[in-house]
Design a binder for this molecule. Sequence first.
Ligand SMILES: NC(=O)c1ccc[n+]([C@@H]2O[C@H](COP(=O)([O-])OP(=O)(O)OC[C@H]3O[C@@H](n4cnc5c(N)ncnc54)[C@H](OP(=O)(O)O)[C@@H]3O)[C@@H](O)[C@H]2O)c1
Length: 304
Amino acid sequence: MRALVVGAGAEGRFAEVPEPVPGPGQALVEVHHVSVNFSELRHMGRLPQGMVLGYDAAGIVIRAAEDGTGPAEGARVAAFGPGAWAERVAFGTDAMAVVPDRVELVEAAALPMAGLTALRSLRAAGPTPGSRVLVTGASGSVGRLAVQLARREGAHVIASVSSPGRAERLAAALATDRAVEVVVGLDRVEPVDVVIEVVGGPALVTAWGLLKPGGNLQSIGWAAGQPAVFPPNSTFALGEARSLSSFGDMAAPATDLAHLLTLLATAELSIELGWHASWDRLEEARAAQLDAATTGKITMQIAT
Ligand SMILES: NC(=O)c1ccc[n+]([C@@H]2O[C@H](COP(=O)([O-])OP(=O)(O)OC[C@H]3O[C@@H](n4cnc5c(N)ncnc54)[C@H](OP(=O)(O)O)[C@@H]3O)[C@@H](O)[C@H]2O)c1
């Protein structure tokens, strides 16, 4: 079968790979759509040559798990796991969830990595109703979902974006109310209890400085690709400790994925879909991702 793998020159290329053989607790999925996450096409040089790319997929179960776990044959599912950009993939049943009728498979494919990251990092930070939550990179995939999920928790959300144009777009898309403030940059932000931080570099340093005593910053990503230089003594303060946590907990996401899909089905959560075409147009997908003007989640249809 065909899959997209890391090529010799750190480019994505098609390869014939062996048919997957599901192990215990795995179901075989015929993949219809996949989504592109931040680092998958940007940083292929860091990955081993020949590795099948991708993490997010949605499709149809064509062989249910032999141990009786997970969705039945014929179920429409979203799934998370390495090597997702292939015609067929054996995913763990603890990493897939049935897609509700009202959700298109392409939308479901856009959800796993970004949605699980937003949901779980917020849960780890534990915002309470009325607490102030700052989300950086708020018009990006993780940020946009984190803004919506934090608002659902009753937090006051400060959604930081890079330009007035992005601010206008985000405010219109999320029908923002008094619970969500969209701001450009971080200059005028008052102290916060929680930070969901995806930009890294100077944004990470500034956001750290905005944390109240006892606050928590979830360091999720480094989208800006710049180093973070903390001024001397900036990690020292009297009073309750502030904490910075790394984030990478994507284990056994089935229940959380099902929850996020339900929120999509009930329109309590929305995803902005961006560039979409056949995976045969991988180079265009990559160009779209590297174009700073691109907005929305990039997805590819798998031609079987
Ligand atoms: N720890 C984990 O498990 C985990 C999981 C998912 C993602 N991540 C990481 O989180 C980060 C964001 O992922 P994402 O999927 O949300 O990406 P995305 O959709 O591309 O969004 C990235 C956001 O970062 C902002 N940004 C600021 N400077 C940028 C620059 N120089 N280049 C590109 N974007 C820049 C953009 O803001 P504007 O739109 O306002 O310009 C954009 O909203 C990435 O570093 C990714 O690797 C980590």
